[in-house]
Design a protein around this ligand. Structure first.
Ligand SMILES: Cc1cc2nc3c(=O)[nH]c(=O)nc-3n(C[C@H](O)[C@H](O)[C@H](O)COP(=O)(O)OP(=O)(O)OC[C@H]3O[C@@H](n4cnc5c(N)ncnc54)[C@H](O)[C@@H]3O)c2cc1C
Length: 437
């Protein structure tokens, strides 16, 4: 390891790995730092679905020869694992009634394996000459004299040391430590925090192997708040003939027990019969702090990329895409002294949560679960036998759900005016109201 680099990348998730790979491929000297011991190993909960809806965050990602092809930006990420094609996205009420979005030809999403993507990107970055420092935390980045001082701390030590570089990338995820030390952090608004717990379960008697399922409503767990997701996917390095497992998630507002919510769903929830013979093969967890997006993700020569700049998440695919774009903007800066605006302008235009109203819309989609169970059962009974064209994306699914439910509003007003009032008010709720429950 050296004391001076062209580039230091803090965080080796999809965004940071892509930056390191692209910059080192172009001949820059790169140090990649991560707090993890084994970079490809994933214990952070993540559905890891490829969102194949065209123009998601300004990019269309397709599966071409089993790889991820980024059509608009024009690059391909090698993938050597397996995909599951999901053709339905199903919202389930506690009584088991459905609101279903479908796309039978292209699928609504394609779960894949994050470990394989991270390993392939890491191998390429290392082959290109990137130095990798594991079990080390990035603590702070400071602009100095046209360059950046990055303060690092080994996991086993209390003392920090310093590395210098021309450009630093904060790619340390949604709860970015590096971003909290920057001036631009003051431009963000905090909404709240969520905990997530998840299990990979084998031997599940599950009726929805072709679907992403979201359980909506309080009656799914004893704790009454939060949301359950279920994603069929393959284990890392699954072979032909292996069957998918079920990744089951419980997300709750902080202060509520996500793991207890998950256990309660599996052991006591309305669908507990599905899990009677289930075995846990992997456990995951995470905390997600919700802040508004950073609209200008470059401060001096510190570039914020991936979830570190985002509201909730960019998705793995967009973390890679913004990593690619940020790396190429930075290469232009190294060559000509200018170029960050290529990345910042694209980020502001393409990242959907940067657009007014998008945060509210997504949260209204998530927030339906705060309605009473009886109201949700009534509403989803109306849509139970219907199918609406749609995808999994959190930026477009809320509109489809709203259209599906409001398509029945005359009947709801007639039969259940009390529920009509609540559901009509729900689409006007502010982001704060929903996050605070
Ligand atoms: C419940 C849930 C479900 C999701 N479902 C999907 C989905 O279906 N599809 C999808 O594409 N995306 C999904 N995501 C989002 C996806 O996980 C992220 O958008 C993606 O991983 C972002 O990549 P990133 O590189 O920006 O950050 P991360 O993947 O979070 O990587 C950050 C890296 O930085 C490291 N790090 C953190 N702090 C420090 C520090 N101080 N110093 C050094 N290293 C540090 C971490 O160890 C990590 O390796 C989901 C997320 C959650 C929470």
């Amino acid at each position: 390891m050296k004391t001076h680099y062209d580039v230091v990348v803090i965080g080796a998730g999809p965004a940071g790995l892509m930056v390191a790979k692209e910059m080192s491929a172009a001949g820059a000297t790169v140090l990649l730092v991560d707090i993890k011991k084994e970079i490809p190993k994933v214990n952070r909960s993540c559905c890891t679905m490829l969102i194949n809806e065209p123009n998601t965050h300004g990019e269309t990602v397709r599966i071409v020869n089993n790889n991820l092809h980024f059509e608009k930006t024009g690059f391909t990420v090698p993938y050597t694992g397996k995909f599951v094609k999901l053709v339905r996205s199903v919202r389930l009420s506690p009584g088991g009634y459905k609101l279903t979005m479908v796309n039978r030809s292209e699928g609504v999403a394609h779960p894949y394996t994050k470990e394989v993507i991270l390993k392939n990107l890491l191998d390429s970055a290392v082959d290109n000459g990137t130095d990798v420092l594991t079990e080390t935390a990035g603590i702070k980045a400071e602009n100095v004299n046209g360059g950046v001082r990055v303060f690092l701390r080994p996991a086993c030590s209390r003392s920090m040391y310093e590395v210098r570089c021309k450009i630093a990338f904060a790619a340390d995820g949604v709860n970015s430590q590096i971003v909290t030390g920057l001036e631009l952090f003051k431009t963000r608004k905090y909404f709240g925090s969520f905990r997530v717990a998840s299990y990979f379960l084998d031997n599940v008697d599950y009726p929805y192997w072709d679907a992403w399922v979201t359980c909506v409503g309080k009656g799914h767990t004893r704790w009454g708040r939060g949301q359950i997701y279920m994603v069929p996917k393959f284990l890392p390095y699954a072979q032909d003939g292996d069957r998918p497992i079920l990744d089951v998630f419980c997300g709750t507002p902080c202060g509520m027990p996500a793991k207890m919510g998950l256990d309660s769903f599996i052991k006591e929830g309305p669908f507990r019969e599905w899990f009677r013979h289930a075995t846990i093969v992997h456990r995951g967890a995470c905390v997600v702090n919700f802040y508004t997006c950073i609209m200008n993700p470059v401060e001096g020569n510190i570039v914020v990329v991936g979830d570190a700049a985002a509201f909730i998440e960019t998705y793995c695919q967009a973390a890679m895409m913004y990593g690619y774009r940020a790396a190429h903007a930075a290469l232009k800066v190294l060559a000509t002294g200018r170029g960050y605006e290529d990345y910042t302008n694209f980020w502001r235009e393409s990242f959907e949560y940067c657009h007014p109203g998008e945060i509210e819309k997504a949260l209204q989609g998530f927030g339906l679960g705060q309605l009473e169970d009886e109201a949700l059962d009534y509403i989803f009974k109306l849509t139970d036998n219907e199918e609406y064209e749609g995808y999994v994306s959190e930026n477009t699914a809320p509109d489809v759900m709203k259209k599906a439910i409001m398509g029945h509003i005359d009947q709801i007003r007639r039969e259940r005016p009390d529920i009509a009032v609540v559901i009509e008010k729900h689409w006007k709720a502010s982001a704060e109201d929903i996050v605070q429950g």
